[in-house]
Design a protein around this ligand. Structure first.
Ligand code: S3P
Length: 451
């Protein structure tokens, strides 16, 4: 389902210090994958802590359309009765994936090696995003594709009777591409191999192993990873507990660092090494940031992240860190705006093909609020504040992280900051406003200042 309600402008104002211990919703990447692997297993998978956001609900709807039975009980426990690998049914209608790039790319991987036809579309943001990066390996496996020029949604795919297993070197560091090929490989006879020169988040590999797939991960001499899945086995249902999303935790963490007097703890945050680039960068910037209560659950590391207001300093963020913080650059730019000196982010060209062109959207939002910055082809340079900031209205371009980023800016700015549509936040973080209210932050509908 597409986000179709009228735009809902929100305004953030500085005020009291942010104080408290909060929990952000479940990880979006793991939530999508839990529903998908559950749909491919035979038997009942349970999922607790599922992120109940628009993007993930679109995956639930898609997996139902492919034949899985998916339900939520009154306590928020989700059950998935899988259709089974190789047994997906042909969807009766177009699958509208709304804003969800991860969802649609992984679902195309799953459907692409089943002998069924499926048509996918999305909202005004998703139809602009490149799908060729997933369609190219699928075509090599025998999937037929009918698409608009440039391989954009809406598009239809038809999987072959006998898919060809492939060995595929991912041309861009993308966990979505890697995952789409591995999921396609699940229903191809023999071994499908993905070579990723630059490692990206590894939730698909970990969860496939957990669901009993035959999967092997090797390392090549250049630090890359070689992942091989053996197709046409059976997946065993699992009980999945979804940890809190580090990409959502990033917002209260940065807010706690830039709002004077704050002390914020975000509990139970996923600390997978491919997701912690922002925490590393903030520590290099001089953040008072402590990770405690580190433990392992369901094969993933979790911990509590505690921050206190800190005077940050500008740093250079190396290009090879990008995959481990790819969704966190917008909010890092806000931390950089409050730092002494300049922060330079290298190797961030993938930001141009996210829910919006995030390089352009971040730069425009910063400038609208009086912060100097320069964007290059693959770089973003942000100069720490030199005078009063805020007072601007930011265009979100249907991008949830742009909306949340600039509301965080407003919580510490000299003048209020407005985003033109806060409704888009529901795609990944439906409790965002309530969580900031709990911490004492002032975010309200534009024109309705909180009492
Ligand atoms: C995701 C991978 C990343 C990330 C997205 C979630 C995933 O995209 O930006 O929000 O769950 O695999 P890319 O793989 O395109 O970098």
């Amino acid at each position: 389902m597409s986000h179709s309600t009228a735009a809902r402008p929100l305004t953030a104002r500085s005020g009291a210090a942010l104080k408290g211990r909060v929990t952000v919703p479940g990880d979006k990447s793991i939530s999508h994958r839990a529903l998908m692997l559950g749909a491919l297993a035979i038997g009942r998978t349970t999922v607790s802590g599922l992120l109940e956001s628009e993007d993930v609900l679109n995956t639930a709807a898609a997996m139902r359309a492919f034949g899985a039975r998916i339900q939520r009980d009154a306590n928020g426990l989700w059950t998935v009765d899988g259709a089974g690998l190789g047994s997906l049914v042909e969807p009766e209608t177009v699958i509208d994936y709304g804003n969800a790039g991860t969802g649609v790319r992984l679902a195309m991987g799953i459907a692409g090696t089943h002998p069924i036809a499926a048509t996918f579309t999305g909202d005004a943001s998703l139809v602009k995003r490149p799908m060729g990066r997933v369609l190219e390996p699928l075509r090599m496996m025998g999937t037929r594709v009918i698409s608009r020029s440039g391989d954009r949604l809406p598009l239809s795919i038809h999987g072959p009777g006998t898919p060809a297993p492939i060995s595929y070197r991912v041309p861009v560091p993308s966990a979505q591409v890697k995952s789409a090929v591995l999921l396609a490989g699940l229903n191809a006879p023999g071994q499908t191999t993905v070579i990723e020169p630059i490692p990206t988040r590894d939730h698909t590999e970990r969860m496939l192993a957990g669901f009993g797939a035959t999967i092997q991960v090797d390392h090549d001499d250049n630090g890359g990873r070689v992942i091989t899945v053996t197709g046409q086995g059976e997946l065993q249902p699992q009980d999945v507990t979804v940890p809190a999303d580090p990409s959502s935790a990033a917002f209260p963490i940065v807010a706690g660092l830039i709002v004077p007097g704050s002390e914020v703890t975000v509990a139970d945050v996923l600390l997978n090494e491919h997701r912690t680039g922002l925490l590393t960068t903030l520590q290099e910037m001089g953040a008072d940031l402590e990770i405690t209560n580190i433990r392992e659950t369901g094969g993933e590391r979790l911990g509590d992240v505690r921050v206190r207001h800190s005077q940050l300093r500008g740093v250079e963020v190396p290009a090879d860190r990008a995959p481990s913080m790819i969704d966190e650059y917008p909010v890092l730019a806000v931390a950089a705006a409050f730092a002494h000196g300049t922060t330079t982010m290298l190797g961030v060209e993938e930001l141009k093909v996210k829910e919006s062109d995030r390089l352009a959207a971040v730069a425009a939002g910063l400038r609208a609020n009086g912060i100097e910055c320069e964007e290059g082809e693959s770089t973003l340079r942000v100069h720490g504040r030199k005078g009063p900031i805020g007072g601007g209205t930011v265009t979100t371009h249907l991008d949830h992280r742009i909306a949340m980023t600039f509301l965080v800016l407003g919580l510490a700015a000299d003048r209020p900051v407005t985003v033109d549509d806060g409704g888009v936040i529901a795609t990944s973080f439906p409790t965002f406003e309530a969580l900031f209210a709990e911490l004492g932050g002032d975010i309200s509908e534009t024109g309705e200042q909180a009492a």
